[in-house]
Each structure stands twice: as structure tokens, then as C-alpha cells.
Design a protein around this ligand. Structure first.
Ligand code: ZN
Length: 765
């Protein structure tokens, strides 16, 4: 059964594909699958009867129900109304003569194809083309599988017996584990796992292996798989068997690690709560260790750090904060009376505390992982801690190719070797990614583990083999725009941002349920800043005035219909038109509110601003931003529910493009619909894409990776082998308590350096 929200998404996708597509491109239905659609007609509309009839016939709804769906789409802002003109009389504005309706996504597609500064300017975009991809993704209704002994559902029984075997037949422990799962899912607002998650989890639990690869598209719930699996291992080894093993999770970026930390804390909170109730003395602890982890309580005091990285309380949703207790610091809920504060000791807050009691679950990044592995200092995570790694999970593995892949691969091998030599631990590694061509071959090279010791689970091949059709439907409209060489892409991006900011502004003052958000990806920080400043200057100069009043720019009336792709005035609610638009333009000649609605995020942006931007993407009602200018730091894994529009400057490696476009249209908040525009710059390599016959596959957000070669990884590179030898030697010294200059004092003199080099040489094996 589809929920009502799921139905709205399907209807919305249907209107785009079955009604609008042919109006925009009259040849749409004659084109081959890999041939792009062309934006030929930008002045189209749908009549209300046409849409309601379609909903009734195609989805088998009564006319009354079809009307309700239509109204819902309209009220939420997914359908927009086109009018012929507006007239003003003193402070009263009237929109006159409804022409018809469009979906918001296609309305923005045709307007994006005609963006320009002045009405009479030639087009900035040449030959606007687009593809549409539709596919099924797991939805909330799919997430219902929970391990049960006497279930009529095979997946549930399989999982139960896999767990029972894993916990050596101990039914009590399996029961406790199921309680933990239920509690965790409840806090996530779901009921259980979907078919792919259940299958992958059972596979990890049942098999012995050295490494495992999980590939599944973004939004398909990979994290749950390895997180729950790590929990089964940790309960077995650390709680039941009394070992002190470590579970290490490596994320390529801090933003992502912090985002995922929310889930770790959620599941460990549920786990510890239930373990405590069941009379267990030991709990599973957690530490987020990266460059922003405070050294000790003194540093928290001096720098006056309050919030714990923007992470929310799993119990009540309020921000978690640092609370100083003598020399120590605790992570507490900002709500004093919250139950969380009775059980908050499991989060280890500072580097020093992590040195004293190393956390069981460590979330970090590859660079912090290496520095910690080379260090022997007792007031931080060190070589000894990491040599007890039982499981290392590397998320977003596709990031580690070429030289950086070689370095990280070598580091992981050395950690595994240490664990084996010093503690007799066989460290398992799980690699996870949305897109990893030739996953097993890559994993084998990356980790130096033979292919037969690697198990692989892939979403797409599971889906095909099992015939499972997930209940969610996602629609991705991918447009490819080429810039007219007379204009710069930066100007285009500025004007596009103005349009989205204006849309966001309009929807906010209309109190629409849907708050549209967009991300503009610009790789180069200097260009990003320039474009951001240009966006603000455009607003200071009065943009988007002409798009509201027309080229004559008289605020008394507009005779250019909103069907004209140059115009934006139809987004504003009629009632607010005077107070929010005309009065402001008359007073200052501009619409300064729009400036506030944009934010930027890249490595050099202050921590506070970064948090604000991320927060706005998660909670657009509270932090008001509609357009985010970002570099690649926004690419990965994080869920932003309202992001539905993406502009990518330049054409990249298809896998990166898939990742970026995958940021949008991920939730039902935006009806799982995304419009992604790829704007090519005037450089020859990008101009060639005009003639590329494989474009359909290359821009496919869910590329068929079975056709692609595995990415190169430089694990055999002689320089990397030399470096790995050094890493191994220094980390062995650190393991035995020698000072390796990885923390505290740096090497200060030549003689110190000489002594250190001699120490390394004496211990080189
Ligand atoms: Zn709380």
C-alpha cells in the first residue's frame, strides 16, 4: 500500500511525464531512450480539467479525490498558477485571467533555460536539453522487517536464525537485541528494515570474510546495515565476551561524520539504556574524533564552546551541549530535565578523555586516523587503541582512488597487521559506497585482500535477482545547458540564484508547506566567492525587478504574462504583493530580503556559518536559507529533505555528477523530485559533450556500474610502499610508548630530527 504522500509523488511524476513533457518537446515520444529531450516550447500550460481528468483516469481516483489531490499539490506549491497579467489600484493588486498550471519543477526548467539580465537580450543558454530518469527507491512502507522467530515472512525468520546462530544460540541475547532494534527504529520513525537491508545484514552476520563491500544508491539506507552489524559484533565481543575491541568508522569529511554521529548516538543510547535495564554493567561508548574535538575541559572553557557540533539529543531533539564537570566534560542535553542526562556517560567528549577511556565506537576521518595511529601519547586515541580495531568501516569509499586511495589502503593494511601481530585480532573491513564500479576488484586492490575473501552486496543486483520493487518512486530531471560564449557562467549562476531566492522568499511569505531549496556547486573557491558577491550585487542593483514588472519596470501593472519564461511574478501570493514587493521597491528600489536567503559553504568558511548553512538545509523553517553555494564538501551522504534543485557548474566525472545531483529529491518533502542543471563552461573539453552519444548513460544518476572499469588505486606504487613501511615503523614505536612527535612537541632542532631518524632506522623491519 502506498501512503497518501507516496501517491502525491507518483501523481506529480505522472503529470510531468505524461502531460508536460510532450508540450515542452513535441517530439518527446518519438525520441530514442538515450536521446535528449529539447526545451522547444516554453510557453505552455495545463488546464485544471486536463490535470484532474488525468489523475482520475491514470490513478483510478474519483473526480472528488482527484480534485483534492490537485488542490493539495497547488496549496503546497508543487503546482503553480499562470496568469495573463496583474493590475494595481492603490494598494490592491489583482492577478487576472488564469491561463493554466504547471508543475514547479518544469516551470523552473523552462525559466532556467531562458535566464538573462534584460528582457531584450539574446539567450544565455544555447540548445537547452534534458533527460528524465525515474526509478524505485525504498520508502518508509518498505521498512517493516524485524527479526522474528515465528514470523510468516521469510526475511524475518532468516534474520532471526542468523542472529541466533551468531549469538551462539543464546535466545535471551537475541531478544534483547531485537528490543534494541525496535527502540532504534521507533526513534527513527520507521518500523524495521527493508528487504535489501535485511538481506545484507543477514549476509554479514552469517558469513566469515575479511572484507565486504556494500554498494547501494544514496538514500537506500546503507548506514543502517553496517551500523546494526557493528552493533551485533560489539555486543558479542565487548559486552558478552568482555573484550576491549574497537569499531572504527571512517568518513571522508567532517560534515558527514557529524551528520552520521546523530545516528550512532541514537542507536547506542537505545542499546545502553536497554543493556542497563537488563542488568549489564558494561555499556558501549562513543567518540567523535577529528580536528574539532576539544583537547580537554580547559579548552572548552577558554573557547567557550557550547554546542556539541550541532548534534541533537536522541531523546528530545534539543541540541546536545558540553557541560564542564571539574576536569572532565560531559555531553548533555540542553534540556535539563531530559532523561538523556541520566545516561550520557557513553559519549566521550574530549581528546584527553578518549586517551583515558578509549571509546568502543570511534567516528573519524582518514587524516585523523593516520595521525592517531602514529601517536603513542596516552592522552588521546593512539596506536594502541587502533591496534584493537575489530572492524573498520570506510564509508564513501569511491573517494579514495589514485594516490589518496593508495595511502588510505596502505594505512588500513598496516592497522590490520598491527591488530594481528599485537593482539591476535583479525580486523574486518567494510567498504561502502553509492557507486563503485568493479567493487570486488577495487576492494581487493585497495585492501590487499584476495577476492575470494571479500563478500559483496549490491542493491541493484539484489533488486534484479529478487524481483523486489521498492515502494518509493523518485524522478530526476537532468538538464544540460551550454553557455552562449558571449556570456559568463558566473552571471548565469548569479541570476539563477536570484530566481531561486525569489521563489523561496515568495513561498515563505505564502506559508507554503514546501520550502524549495537549491545547491549551486562551484568547485573553485575563488570563483564561488566571486559568484556569491555577484549574486548580492545583483540584488543591490534591483534584481529581479524586471522579472516582476517587465522591461518597462513600472510597478503599476504588468502586461507580460507569467507564461513568459522571463517572468517570476506568479510565485508571489496576490495578497502580499503590495506590502512585500511594491512597497519595498518604492522605498528602496530593491528587495534586500533576498540576500539573507543565500549561504555559502566551503573549507574556509567559519565553523559557525557552516553550522548555520547545514542547519538551514535540515530545518529550513528555522534557519532561513534557500540557495547554498557550495564546493564538493556538500556532495556526500547527508540527507537534506527540501533540496530539490541543483545547479552544477561544469561537467565532471559522471560518478561525481551522480553524487551531486543525488543531493536533491531525496525525500517525500519534495515529492522525491529533483531538477539538476549541468551548465557547461566555454572550454573545449566541455563543449564536446554536445556531441557525446553516451550522454544518457553518463548523466544517469543511477549509472550501470557493471559496464564501468574499477577506479585505479595506487597501492602498489613504490613511493606508497616506502611510506607504508615508515608508517608501520613509527606506529610500532608509538605502540611501545616512544614519542613520535605526532602530538604535543614537534621536532624543533636538527639534532632531534637526527635522533628520531636513527630511532626509525634502528627499528625498520
Ligand atoms: Zn534531550
Amino acid at each position: 500500500m502506498h501512503s497518501y504522500e507516496e501517491k502525491l509523488a507518483r501523481v506529480y511524476h505522472g503529470i510531468i511525464l505524461d502531460l508536460e513533457l510532450e508540450k515542452i518537446d513535441p517530439n518527446a515520444f518519438n525520441r530514442k531512450q538515450n536521446e535528449a529531450y529539447v526545451v522547444q516550447n516554453s510557453e505552455y500550460s495545463l488546464s485544471k480539467d486536463e490535470v484532474i481528468d488525468y489523475i482520475a483516469k491514470k490513478f483510478g481516483e474519483s473526480l472528488q479525490q482527484a480534485q483534492k489531490i490537485f488542490d493539495d499539490l497547488l496549496n503546497r506549491g508543487f503546482l503553480v498558477t499562470l496568469y495573463d497579467k496583474f493590475v494595481t489600484k492603490n494598494t490592491s493588486i489583482k492577478f487576472k485571467d488564469v491561463i493554466g498550471y504547471r508543475t514547479l519543477h518544469m516551470d523552473l526548467l523552462v525559466r532556467s533555460a531562458h535566464i538573462r539580465t534584460y528582457y531584450y537580450y539574446p539567450e544565455y543558454v544555447m540548445s537547452p536539453r534534458f533527460f528524465i530518469y525515474k526509478f524505485n527507491v525504498p520508502s518508509r512502507e518498505d521498512r517493516i522487517i524485524i527479526p522474528r522467530r515465528d514470523s510468516s515472512i521469510a526475511d524475518e525468520r532468516n534474520l532471526y536464525f542468523a542472529l541466533l546462530k551468531f549469538f551462539n544460540g543464546n535466545e535471551r541475547v537475541v531478544k534483547i537485541f531485537i528490543r534494541i532494534l525496535r527502540q532504534y527504529f521507533l526513534s527513527l520513525g520507521t518500523k524495521g528494515l527493508d528487504k535489501f537491508q535485511a538481506y545484507s545484514l543477514a549476509k554479514l552476520i552469517e558469513n566469515s570474510y575479511k572484507a565486504s563491500v556494500i554498494t547501494a544508491p544514496t538514500g537506500s539506507g546503507k548506514t543502517e546495515i553496517f551500523l546494526i552489524y557493528a552493533l551485533t559484533e560489539a555486543i558479542k565481543t565487548n559486552i558478552l565476551e568482555g573484550n576491549d575491541y574497537k569499531y572504527v568508522f571512517v568518513y571522508p569529511r567532517k560534515v558527514l561524520a557529524v551528520d552520521q554521529a546523530n545516528r550512532f548516538i541514537r542507536i547506542l543510547y537505545a542499546t545502553n539504556y536497554i543493556l542497563m535495564q537488563e542488568g549489564y554493567k558494561k555499556i558501549l561508548s562513543f567518540g567523535l574524533r577529528d580536528g574539532l574535538t576539544p583537547r580537554d575541559s580547559l579548552e572548552i572553557k577558554q573557547k567557550n564552546i557550547r554546542e556539541f557540533r550541532g548534534i541533537k539529543c536522541p531523546e528530545c531533539g534539543k541540541p546536545l551541549i558540553y557541560r564542564i564537570q571539574g576536569k572532565d566534560a560531559r555531553i548533555s542535553c540542553s534540556n535539563d530535565s531530559c532523561r538523556f542526562n541520566e545516561l550520557n556517560k557513553f559519549i566521550i567528549a574530549t581528546k584527553r578523555a578518549m586517551g583515558n577511556t578509549p571509546p568502543d565506537f570511534i567516528v573519524t576521518n582518514p587524516w585523523a586516523l593516520e595521525t592517531r595511529f602514529l601517536d603513542g601519547s596516552s592522552d588521546d586515541i593512539n596506536s594502541k587503541t587502533l591496534s584493537r580495531a575489530k572492524l573498520i568501516i570506510v564509508d564513501e569509499t569511491h573517494e579514495y582512488t589514485g594516490i589518496s586511495g593508495g595511502l588510505i589502503g596502505a594505512l588500513l593494511s598496516t592497522i590490520r597487521e598491527h591488530a594481528r601481530t599485537f593482539n591476535g585480532i583479525e580486523t574486518k573491513v567494510i567498504l561502502s559506497s553509492a557507486t563503485m564500479p568493479g567493487a570486488k576488484i577495487f576492494a581487493s586492490k585497495f585492501l590487499g585482500v584476495p577476492e575470494y575473501q571479500i563478500i559483496e552486496t549490491d542493491f541493484e543486483s539484489f533488486r534484479q535477482k529478487s524481483g523486489w520493487i521498492p515502494l518509493g518512486e523518485r524522478l530526476m530531471i537532468v538538464a544540460l545547458f551550454h553557455m552562449n560564449p558571449r556570456y559568463s557562467w558566473s552571471t548565469y549562476a548569479q541570476l539563477w540564484a536570484v530566481m531561486i531566492a525569489f521563489l523561496g522568499f515568495s513561498y515563505r511569505i505564502a506559508n507554503k508547506k514546501f520550502i524549495p531549496q537549491a545547491i549551486i556547486f562551484i568547485n573553485n573557491i575563488r570563483e564561488l566567492r566571486k559568484t556569491f558577491v555577484g549574486f548580492q550585487e545583483n540584488i543591490s542593483l534591483g534584481e529581479p525587478r524586471d522579472h516582476i514588472f517587465g522591461p518597462s519596470a513600472s510597478p503599476d501593472s504588468c502586461t507580460i504574462s507569467s507564461m513568459d519564461p522571463y517572468m517570476y511574478w506568479h510565485y508571489i501570493p496576490e495578497k502580499k504583493f503590495h506590502s512585500e514587493i511594491i512597497a519595498k521597491y518604492k522605498a528602496s528600489g530593491k528587495l534586500d530580503d533576498l540576500k539573507e536567503l543565500a549561504g555559502k559553504i566551503y573549507s574556509k568558511v567559519e565553523q559557525e556559518e557552516r553550522l548555520r548553512v547545514i542547519e538551514s538545509l535540515k530545518k529550513p523553517q528555522e534557519e532561513k536559507i534557500n540557495v547554498v553555494f557550495g564546493t564538493s564538501s556538500l556532495e556526500l551522504g547527508v540527507d537534506y529533505d527540501n533540496v530539490s534543485f541543483i545547479l552544477n557548474i561544469g561537467i565532471e566525472n559522471p560518478l561525481i555528477l551522480a553524487q551531486r545531483l543525488g543531493r536533491g529529491g531525496r525525500s517525500l518533502r519534495c515529492l522525491r523530485t529533483v531538477l539538476g542543471i549541468i551548465l557547461t563552461r566555454n572550454i573545449p573539453s566541455e563543449a564536446f559533450t554536445l556531441y557525446d552519444i553516451d550522454l544518457y548513460e553518463k548523466l544517469n544518476p543511477c549509472p550501470d556500474t557493471s559496464r564501468l572499469q574499477p577506479k585505479p588505486v595506487a597501492t602498489g606504487n613504490p613511493q606508497i610502499l616506502k611510506r607504508a613501511l615508515l608508517t608501520k615503523t613509527i606506529s610500532t614505536l608509538a605502540y611501545h610508548g616512544k614519542h613520535t612527535y605526532s602530538s604535543r612537541r614537534a621536532i624543533k632542532s636538527k639534532s632531534q630530527l637526527k635522533r628520531f631518524i636513527k630511532l626509525i632506522l634502528d627499528n625498520l623491519k
